[in-house]
Ligand binder design. Structure first.
Ligand code: 13P
Ligand code: SF4
Length: 363
């Protein structure tokens, strides 16, 4: 997405002045405004959020919020699109910086997924396949899934959604995150070699074979998160060597070997809750984005909390929501000017809503 440079007055704002202006604009907008903040946002942003959460919680909050007329989504583009789809048409959703995308979501484009869908059906005539898209995907992919009677999922409900889908079809076409799909399917008892096959959009027939497509219960799109692919089994082994008794908790966007070597895996909200509920004195090695890890570290001084990856691994697009952008978006809203509205056009909006609402029902 394209983000025009901020007006010079905002480019020069210092931290304190930006905070003051955000505070004032937020007060002026009152209860008309709700600020949603994903757990990966920096502290200088998350402090302004009315609600913090993982993708599922923020979608549910947006869907349930009937009073506010404006949402400012401090997260990435697909999250703001989901909020727009789940809110009423007259409710406005703003993303402070339009360049806050998600590199994983960009790994599956509608034209590629449609071509793959056709090829799978040409190769396995009469195949009974349901599509499931991780919410980290563009609205037009969610719309595709809605048209094909599939469902969205998040990292918190992927298992329930896969169980739902496999009770209705022989196989699931899962995109864009191969790791989440593989981790959940393996936890359900499916065999990586026998029951799963990878679809690489850059290869003929996705690099699969007619036999593997016929046999597969899950066809996994070859997408990944560049932040979570940094975590490794070696890091977990090192943490266990250096901190006997350490609890290792990772996000399911990590690879299968990492998830299986960890003690627990789950969404950002799950990670936060587990660590917060732990006993004082306990030690936690976490495999997810650094801003969430650091916030837990700072808020729980009686526990030892550290990131599995010694080299800091921020999500650069989440980080692109800077207080200057938030000040700019809020001050414009307070003046009656809507900037950076995220508005999913019809018919994608209604079709994507089917896939998102199905997910919320299953959850
Ligand atoms: P959660 O739904 O767990 O917050 O994950 C979103 C995400 O993008 C993780 O990289
Ligand atoms: Fe996307 Fe990965 Fe950033 Fe999550 S952490 S928003 S999956 S790039």
């Amino acid at each position: 997405m394209f983000q025009a440079p901020l007006p010079p007055e905002y480019m020069l704002l210092g931290a304190e002045e930006a905070a003051q202006r955000i505070r004032q604009a937020r007060a002026d907008l009152g209860t008309d405004l709700v600020i949603l903040g994903h757990h990966y946002q920096r502290d200088e942003i998350i402090r302004w959020a009315d609600h913090q959460g993982d993708s599922l919680k923020l979608s549910q909050l947006a869907a349930a919020e009937s009073r506010a007329s404006m949402f400012v989504f401090c997260g990435v583009h697909f999250m703001a699109e989901s909020a727009d789809i789940l809110t009423r048409p007259e409710q406005i959703v703003v993303l402070p910086n339009m360049s806050a995308g998600c590199s994983m979501a960009d790994m599956a484009r509608l034209s590629q997924v449609e071509a793959a869908w056709e090829e799978i059906h040409r190769t396995v005539p009469g195949a009974s396949v349901l599509p499931v898209t991780y919410v980290n995907s563009a609205a037009n992919l969610k719309a595709f899934v809605g048209r094909k009677e599939g469902s969205c999922c998040t990292s918190s409900n992927a298992r329930k959604v896969l169980e739902w889908a496999l009770a209705r079809a022989t196989s699931v076409f899962f995109f864009p995150d191969q790791h989440l799909g593989r981790n959940v399917a393996a936890a359900m008892g499916l065999d990586v070699e026998r029951d799963m096959t990878l679809w690489d959009p850059g290869l003929p027939l996705g690099g699969a074979t007619p036999e593997s497509l016929r046999r597969a219960k899950i066809i996994l799109w070859k997408g990944h998160c560049s932040v979570h692919q940094r975590f490794s089994v070696e890091q977990i082994e090192q943490a266990r060597r250096e901190h006997p008794g350490v609890h290792v908790i990772v996000h399911p966007e990590c690879s299968l070997d990492v998830v299986q070597a960890a003690d627990m895996s789950g969404s950002t909200e799950f990670i936060r809750k587990q660590v917060q509920a732990s006993a004082p004195g306990s030690v936690w090695a976490i495999g997810t984005e650094i801003h969430l890890v650091r916030r837990l570290q700072a808020s729980l001084p009686d526990r030892t909390v550290f990131c599995l990856d010694p080299v800091v691994c921020p999500c650069s697009t989440m980080y692109s929501i800077h207080p200057r952008y938030l000040a700019w978006a809020l001050e414009n809203l307070a003046r009656g000017t809507v900037v950076n509205r995220v508005l999913v056009p019809e018919p994608d909006r209604s079709q994507a809503r089917i896939a998102l609402e199905r997910m919320l029902e299953i959850t």
